[in-house]
Design a protein around this ligand. Structure first.
Ligand SMILES: NC(=O)c1ccc[n+]([C@@H]2O[C@H](COP(=O)([O-])OP(=O)(O)OC[C@H]3O[C@@H](n4cnc5c(N)ncnc54)[C@H](O)[C@@H]3O)[C@@H](O)[C@H]2O)c1
Length: 254
């Protein structure tokens, strides 16, 4: 048995510079983990790491582009130079901010490819490059951030919905492949969350409609997602793998 304390553990959170990723970084560090904040935007990653240190925690910031395997090089180097092994990896980075509702026949081909490259291949890239570091600790936990939108099949974001559905499938296949290495792989699927990225693309009416669909009728905040991620990165969840946990205040139900 274990508990939710992550003292002595080291983990990477991609896309940790803002929004849900930032909240995950801060929560994991509050539980005692050393958190490596990895983001394509080094300024925001450094800001998250600074926030953590200001709260008495341990963190480092590294610039990565999860869209290519080579884009992970700085992270691998950072881990090697620091002589660390990894206990958890949270694949949270994705292209979400800036995507506008677009009918499927009007989605730009380059944007389609970019979304799949970052949101889908990004999970694969980061996981494969960090496997040696996870194995070095004797195993560990991978948590992929999917989205409840994959189950709802919302219209006008076909590239994004497709990418998040792929993350759910990839999570199952990775779990089967990595179980022998004592690595669990799960996904957390948040509902519509009031991160900056969501608020900048929504009208007041849309925000109110989102709340009305929930069983728990309030806006979902980034902090609502963090407990599920921490649990799946802890020893308490050592026998759970290949699962997707929907965290959306009871909108979608399995
Ligand atoms: N906000 C929501 O309503 C919601 C709902 C369900 C799932 N999600 C998922 O949660 C995660 C975070 O969402 P958010 O609202 O905080 O989004 P966001 O767009 O605010 O944050 C994404 C982060 O990923 C980083 N990033 C983007 N491309 C990258 C790349 N190539 N390499 C490394 N980092 C990169 C960005 O710089 C940013 O810090 C995403 O996976 C998103 O798909 C969000």
């Amino acid at each position: 048995m274990g508990d939710l304390h992550l003292a002595g553990r080291t983990g990477v959170v991609t896309g940790g510079g803002r929004g849900i990723g930032e909240a995950i970084c801060i929560f994991m560090a509050d539980l005692g983990a050393h958190v490596i904040v990895a983001d394509i935007d080094l300024e925001t990653a450094a800001r998250t790491a600074e926030t953590i240190r200001g709260r008495g925690g341990e963190a480092a910031a590294v610039r990565v582009d999860v869209g290519t395997s080579a884009g992970i090089d700085p992270l691998v180097e950072h881990i090697d130079v620091a002589g660390r092994s990894l206990d958890f990896l949270v694949n949270n980075a994705a292209i979400y901010a800036g995507l506008r509702p677009t009918p499927l026949e009007d989605i730009d081909e380059q944007e389609w490819d970019r979304v799949q490259r970052v949101n889908v291949a990004g999970v694969w890239n980061c996981s494969k490059r960090l496997l040696p570091s996870l194995s070095a600790s004797g195993g560990g936990h991978i948590v992929n951030i999917a989205s409840a939108i994959a189950f709802r099949g919302s219209p006008l974001l076909l590239h994004y919905v497709t990418s998040k559905a792929a993350v759910v499938g990839m999570t199952k296949a990775m779990a089967r492949e990595l179980g022998d290495r004592n690595i669990t792989v799960n996904a957390v699927a948040p509902g519509f969350t009031w991160s900056d990225a969501s608020l900048e693309k929504s009208t007041d009416e849309q925000l109110a409609a989102q709340i009305a669909r929930r069983s728990i009728k309030r806006a979902q905040q980034p902090e609502d997602v963090t407990g599920a991620v921490a649990f799946l990165c802890s020893d308490l969840a050592g026998y759970i793998t290949g699962q997707t946990l929907v965290v959306d205040g009871g909108s979608h139900m399995n």
